[in-house]
Design a protein around this ligand. Structure first.
Ligand code: GLN
Length: 486
């Protein structure tokens, strides 16, 4: 157990110093997975044989003093909407049940180049649509801090695995908050990069103008390390920026003295849980003590963000998901008469209810006669939301606010009320609409003992500064060291 509670950077040091062998680490890890994952249910598939083979290879390299990569021997879990060559990638949907990608996503290629060990694929809301990981067609993931509660979503499998010490790090994906929100609810760190910072090649598309892959980790430094590896130009994704990738660990301990921290009034209104408010207020006091100046700011179009998001994201989803037709990938319905029935039945039987709801809403918003009223209007308001951020970032270094309005809620509590579920992302969605980066770090616990996340947002491509601000808080506190009792 002890070994598995280390951070990735700590374990890497031990591997390089030959204090432990990667194969032993992997053995201990799968033992723990077998012990705790029947309760947590974070994995959809394990990659045990390949992980052991990779571990042996790394041990050999180290024994022979051959140079190894930045993530040598570090066990990483991958959200199951990221393509992994030869390993089923299902998006937690029936429609992709037997889809085995013939190629690796860009980020997976990078992980392999740096000698990381892919240990398995994690559960998610079907096609990343949801905030609780209850929309999976296969299983419900549980919050390691309270098995009756959700881990958040849609990257709930990845954040639960890291919180439960059955993965040292993980990859998640965001369209509207799906890394930061579950990171907050599970008490781990989750980062959404600037749109274009990380290649989307091999990420199964949901809302292409919003989607980003990002790191989930036990602390801020591990997050910085993983981001350094996955960020950067990729010729297969034309929206991926050709901007150099800094070493995000360098300068991370620079502190926040003299920094201006903006606190948006709109993020502290109705619907914010008292425990979350108290924890965030305390965090702001700590920043003040560390020499930052707290200033109140306003992002006046925040109130439209959720509505805009559900038009833009669903419109893009309805178009992206058209490719799942029973012909090209995965599931095809049997006993059908003719091609129309084959399309119709394959999609009706292959997609779950939430995905169907979004395809219908998206098609409606894009249909002729409604396009101007919905999609075009939403795109204009999206622009105003981005301008709000442009304005405030002229005066401040970062925004600090809650990640989620509430700590983890109970399984079943919100599934029958999509609107209430959609409000889970009220504080995360504006960053996706604007393309700016965001991070969630642990900042306390509710009275019921559930983790609370603090969100830090900066301007585009300022991930280094964002990590520095996050680390300043982390080294003053020990919330990131807490462990669930499993
Ligand atoms: N919860 C939001 C949704 O349901 C965001 C999902 C995401 O970021 N992938 O769309």
């Amino acid at each position: 157990m002890k070994l598995l509670s280390f951070t990735a950077l700590q374990i890497r040091r031990k591997i390089l110093a030959r204090e432990i062998r990667t194969s032993d680490l992997i053995k201990e890890l799968y033992e723990r997975i077998n012990k705790v994952d029947p309760d947590v249910q974070s994995f959809l598939a394990l990659n045990e044989k390949a992980a052991f083979d990779a571990a042996k290879e790394i041990d050999q390299k180290i024994a022979n003093s051959v140079k190894v990569g930045l993530l040598a021997g570090i066990p990483i879990a991958i959200k199951d909407n990221i393509c992994t060559e030869g390993i089923a990638t299902t998006c937690a949907s029936k429609i992709l049940r037997n889809f085995i990608p013939p190629y690796d996503a860009f980020v997976i290629k990078r992980l392999k180049e740096e000698d990381a060990i892919i240990i398995g694929k994690t559960n998610l809301d079907e096609f990343a649509m949801g905030s609780s990981t209850e929309n999976s067609s296969y299983k419900i993931t549980r919050n390691p801090y309270n098995l009756n509660c959700v881990p958040g979503g849609s990257s709930g499998g990845s954040t639960a695995a890291v919180a439960a010490d059955i993965a040292f790090m993980a990859l998640g994906s965001e369209t509207g908050g799906s890394i930061r929100q579950p990171a907050a609810l599970c008490g781990v760190v989750g980062l959404k990069p600037t749109y274009g910072r990380v290649s989307r090649y091999g990420l199964i598309a949901f809302g292409s103008s919003l989607d980003q892959i990002g790191p989930v980790a036990k602390d801020v430094c591990d997050t910085a390390l993983l981001l350094s590896v996955i960020a950067g130009k990729d010729k297969h994704d034309s929206t991926c920026a050709d901007i150099g990738v800094p070493d995000y660990l360098k300068g991370i301990d620079g502190g926040v003295k003299g920094f201006r921290v903006g606190v948006p009034v709109e993020y502290f209104g109705k619907g914010l849980d008292d425990d979350v408010r108290t924890a965030v207020d305390k965090a702001l006091k700590i920043y003040e003590k560390l020499g930052a100046k707290i200033v109140e700011v306003s992002l006046p179009h925040t109130e439209y963000a959720v509505a805009v998001y559900y038009i833009v994201a669903n419109a893009e989803a309805s178009s992206n998901l058209a490719r799942f037709d029973g012909v090209r990938y995965g599931f095809r319905s049997n006993d059908v008469k003719g091609i129309d029935e084959m399309y119709c039945r394959s999609r009706s039987e292959g997609f779950g209810n939430e995905v169907k709801r979004r395809i219908m809403l998206g098609n409606y918003a894009l249909s002729s006669g409604y396009y101007d009223a919905y999609y075009l209007k939403a795109s204009k308001v999206r622009n105003l939301i981005k301008k709000d951020f442009d304005e405030v970032f002229k005066k401040i270094d970062c925004i600090i606010c809650p990640t989620s309005p509430v700590p983890a809620f109970e399984i079943g509590e919100r599934v029958n009320n999509p609107l209430e579920m959609y409000l889970s992302d009220i504080y995360t969605i504006p960053a996706n609409l604007s393309g700016i980066p965001g991070i969630s770090i642990p900042c306390g616990f509710s009275k019921k003992g559930l983790p609370i996340g603090l969100q830090i947002l900066t301007n585009c491509f300022e991930e280094a500064k964002m990590l520095q601000i996050a680390y300043a808080f982390e080294r003053e506190t020990d919330f990131h060291l807490a462990k669930p009792k499993l």
